[in-house]
Write a protein that binds this ligand. Structure first.
Ligand code: PGA
Length: 254
């Protein structure tokens, strides 16, 4: 079975002390996870080393960066490279979150370069895609999200593509409390898997985890994750509360 993943996206929240407390509380809950279940914590850069030492060698829990530079190294003040992440033992990085695309104007091309550089340093990109409300209202969301994948990912050879995690996050559902319906999430994710199948074949399409993100909470996670093409969630707000996120982890398919 493909991996079922609960990924926390803390964004720019929590002090160091709050972050440490939240992480230890969730880890101390010792939720029984199967070999195909994973939990990722997307934490702010300054907390990566602390967080990585908390999960240590656990086989189910991993730490992710929320972004990295599309450049290898050099005079890019304030940027953090994939090589730096690798050098502190980070193996996952969220790429192309809609907040990065919208606020920081990250283009398909820049995101493609970030994916490439992550893979070069053995970091698994959690590649985010998703349409704004205007596109959903027009009914052209399938083509819109397909283009995001094609433009930033489809230059990859199959052996690289198969390392990715995809997260579908409709922008109108992020931080709004308005979750996509289970049918809307399933329909899009089935479409994306079909697009991947066309390009890379059935084995790769069936193996890639596609997460849903956008107002996932303890109360709706089980229903969303129950859909055949929804392999877990990328969770913002609800990942900041230990018990809420623990319930979301428990909602992963077995
Ligand atoms: P949300 O955020 O769960 O707060 O809607 C999801 C995300 O942005 O990844």
């Amino acid at each position: 079975m493909r991996k079922q993943i609960a990924a926390a996206n803390w964004k720019m929240n929590l002090t160091y002390q709050q972050a440490e407390k939240l992480l230890t509380e969730i880890l101390n809950a010792r939720l029984p996870l199967g070999p195909d279940q994973q939990v990722l914590f997307g934490v702010p850069f300054p907390y990566l080393i602390m967080a990585n030492s908390e999960v240590a060698d656990d086989t189910n829990y991993f730490i992710a960066a929320q972004n990295c530079s599309d450049k290898k190294s050099g005079a890019y003040t304030g940027e953090v490279s994939a090589e730096m992440l690798q050098s502190i033992g980070i193996r996952y990085c969220i790429i192309g979150h809609s907040e990065r695309r919208e606020i920081f104007k990250e283009s398909h091309q820049v995101l493609g370069a970030k994916v490439d550089i992550c893979l070069q340093y053995d970091i698994t990109p959690v590649f985010c895609c998703g349409e704004p409300l205007s596109i959903r209202d027009e009914g052209t969301q399938n083509a819109f999200v397909q283009t995001q994948l094609e433009e930033s990912l489809f230059h990859l050879p199959a052996e690289q593509f198969q390392k990715l995690i995809i997260a579908y996050e409709p922008i109108w559902a992020i931080g709004t409390g308005r979750t996509a319906s289970t049918e809307q999430a399933q329909e899009m994710q089935q479409h994306l898997r079909a697009v991947i199948r066309n390009k890379y074949g059935a084995a790769i399409a069936d193996a890639v985890s596609i997460l849903y993100g956008g107002s996932v909470k303890a109360s709706n996670a089980a229903e969303l994750f129950g859909s055949p093409d929804v392999d877990g969630g990328l969770v913002g707000g609800a990942s900041l509360q230990a018990q809420e996120f623990e319930q979301i982890i428990k909602a992963l398919k077995q």
